[in-house]
Design a protein around this ligand. Structure first.
Ligand SMILES: [Zn+2]
Ligand SMILES: [Zn+2]
Length: 360
């Protein structure tokens, strides 16, 4: 596929990027190191849409996963999924796991790990319970009868290898409050270990703005980890914006709107400013201690601070009545773009569309 950047670290194909209710376009992204072939191992980042959606995509473009060797062979959807070595799941809502569940009994290839927070794996156990679905997953490393291997990721600030050449760090985030309490989702830092500058990208699961969960903010933890790596090691982020502008806070249901996404990116920009101007400059390993004493930068000081940073908008919720026939995703994208332009941060706002081949 087209690739102008010889420095690329990852190849990604967007199997689905919507936030429902259309079941044909739910969160699902396939990922590999840029310099490896697809049949050498794939990470499935989320598993809302899967083989059914890929089947449709291959009818439009059979060469989406073409191998680069001389045989230049193409693959069917089930072959592509047989190459998956690991699923990375941000949380167990159905729009993020439904294809994992539906395909679990027929997945080809090696046994597959399911990486997630332990709370999320617990939720999956409640689906693979012989009633909602046969139990096809276990925690036992040498249990070949079970196609899926539950593999908890501990949010301890460390990177865990999930595929040769790719490691991941998980960070818990908030995804709204319900009768059971705070619902936990996750963000992943995905690092290409073989890349000369160990390039990373950041992928958010569904997330509530910190301003709404003021008592226990969590996205700030992600921004503090990300900031010292921007823009050299980290210049790409995938983050949701489920709703269009002017959605009331009590109607967010654990998601972002354009104004909240702008505020979150300003919070990131603040952290980038601190990491560049702080006493720990040049030593990004040292924890920042005197956070409470730092004065936030002025709007002028943030101008262009995220230049070169690409923000892919995902998980827009389909509306039954599109505004003037413009797809809601386009509406949201335009709203985010003008807010970020107004704030002058310099970040590039893009959308990750179903069927896209993205190099990172
Ligand atoms: Zn969700
Ligand atoms: Zn979702």
């Amino acid at each position: 596929m087209a690739d102008s950047d010889p420095e690329s670290a990852f190849d990604m194909v967007v199997i689905g990027s919507g936030g429902g209710p259309h079941e044909t376009n739910l969160s699902g992204y396939l990922l590999k190191p840029h310099d490896a072939e697809w049949d050498a191992g794939i990470i499935a980042l989320e598993a809302g849409s899967g083989q059914g959606a890929l089947n449709k995509l291959l009818q439009l473009n059979l060469n989406l996963f073409e191998s680069k060797d001389e045989a230049a062979r193409t693959y069917s959807a089930s072959e592509v999924y047989s190459f998956v070595r690991a699923f990375l799941i941000t949380h167990a809502h159905l729009d993020h796991i439904s294809s994992l569940v539906l395909s679990a009994g027929s997945l080809g290839g090696e046994r597959k790990r399911v990486y997630a927070l332990k709370e999320t794996l617990k939720d999956l156990e409640g689906v693979f319970n012989w009633r909602t679905w046969p139990n096809l997953a276990s925690y036992a490393e040498d249990d070949e009868n079970f196609k899926l291997l539950y593999s908890p990721l501990v949010p301890n600030g460390k990177y865990h290898p999930v595929l040769p050449g790719i490691s991941v760090q998980i960070v818990p985030i908030n995804h709204g409050t319900n009768e059971l309490g705070h619902h936990i989702s996750a963000a992943f830092f995905l690092r290409c270990d073989s890349h000369p500058s160990k390039r990373e990208f950041l992928f958010f699961g569904d997330v509530e703005p910190d301003s709404v969960t003021a008592a226990s903010p969590k996205t700030i933890n992600v921004w503090r980890k990300a900031a010292p790596m921007i823009p050299h090691a980290l210049s790409t982020i995938f983050i949701e914006c489920s709703w269009p502008s002017d959605r009331r806070d009590d109607m967010l249901h654990g998601h972002l709107s354009p104004e909240h996404l702008r505020d979150e990116l300003v919070a990131l920009a603040n952290e980038v400013y601190f990491s560049r101007s702080g006493s720990n400059a040049g030593s990004s390993q040292r924890p920042q201690r005197k956070r409470q004493k730092r004065n936030p930068p002025s709007i002028d000081q943030l101008q262009g601070i995220l230049t070169g940073f690409r923000v892919y908008i995902i998980h827009c919720k389909d509306q039954s009545t599109p505004q003037n026939d413009v797809p809601i995703k386009e509406v949201i994208l335009g709203q985010v773009r003008s807010l970020i332009e107004e704030a002058g941060l310099g970040a590039e706002i893009l959308s990750a569309d179903q069927g896209m081949y993205i190099t990172i």
